[in-house]
Design a protein around this ligand. Structure first.
Ligand code: PEP
Length: 253
């Protein structure tokens, strides 16, 4: 059984007070029935990691995550946050290679491979994002681009390292646009990614990797998306900022 995960990516939103309220609402609403069946990860802005981690306490269901980390260990990199800093505050998950990092901060596959290495070396879990922009979907080369993204940033890993990695497929044209991939489009791409992993690592390893879908996941489409055989949960942006909506998505798993 693959681990089911629903991660919320809060991006650059909320004051500390709002973040604490949202967290306590989510904690209050994540019903007993989902406990154990799914890991919920709240990927909050850096300044709130410690506070939200403490607020969650020793929850075995809800975890905190970071949205990025530096490829450098330490030193003169003003404004950056290292993986060892994130590890030192006991934050178990880090999103790596979100399309907004690729698009606005020029992060490429080679850099992301370095970041993934740092996260794994620290014993933390990378949530590695991949996905094609609209023009690539429209010209029909989306499968080869996503395979290439996965290959360039993950295929240097050992099977043991890959098994500790979570992948999120997020078509860029579906992020924050309200335009969701159909459940068939999501399933098709997840199957392509899994088959590609199997070609390098074998079926047993490929079958053990959680592949999340991201891109305008909402409470009214989550059930259908999550019911696909190769979709193991979601990475949720906008809808993770509203407690009721997010918890409904969690309950759809
Ligand atoms: C995201 O930012 O990872 C995302 C999927 O955003 P949204 O759900 O708002 O499309």
């Amino acid at each position: 059984m693959r681990q089911k995960i629903v991660a919320g990516n809060w991006k650059m939103n909320k004051t500390l007070e709002e973040a604490q309220s949202l967290t306590s609402e989510i904690m209050g609403m994540v019903a007993d029935e989902v406990k154990g069946a799914v890991k919920v990860v709240l990927c909050v802005p850096f300044p709130y990691l410690v506070t939200i981690k403490n607020q969650l306490g020793s929850s075995a269901t809800i975890f905190v995550g970071a949205q990025n980390a530096s490829q450098h260990d330490s030193g003169a990199y003003t404004g950056e946050v290292s993986v060892s800093m994130i590890k030192s505050i006991d934050v178990p998950f880090i999103i790596i290679g979100h399309s907004e990092r690729r698009q606005y901060f020029g992060e490429d596959s080679k850099l992301l491979a370095l970041k993934v290495d740092k996260v794994l070396a620290a014993g933390l879990t990378p949530i590695f994002c991949c996905g094609e922009p609209l023009e690539i979907r429209e010209n029909g080369t989306h499968e080869s681009l996503v395979k290439q993204q996965v290959e360039e940033s993950l295929f240097h890993l050992s099977p043991e390292e890959l098994k500790k990695t979570v992948i999120a497929y997020e078509p860029v044209w579906a992020i924050g646009t309200g335009k969701t991939a159909s459940s068939q489009q999501a399933e098709d791409m997840h199957a392509v990614i899994r088959k590609h992993l199997a070609s390098k690592y074998g079926n047993e390893v490929a079958q053990s990797i959680s592949i999340l879908y991201g891109g305008s996941v909402k409470s009214d489409n989550a059930k259908e998306l999550f019911s696909q055989p190769n979709v193991d949960g979601g990475l949720v942006g906008g809808a993770s900022l509203k407690s009721r909506e997010f918890v409904e998505i969690v309950k759809s798993i």
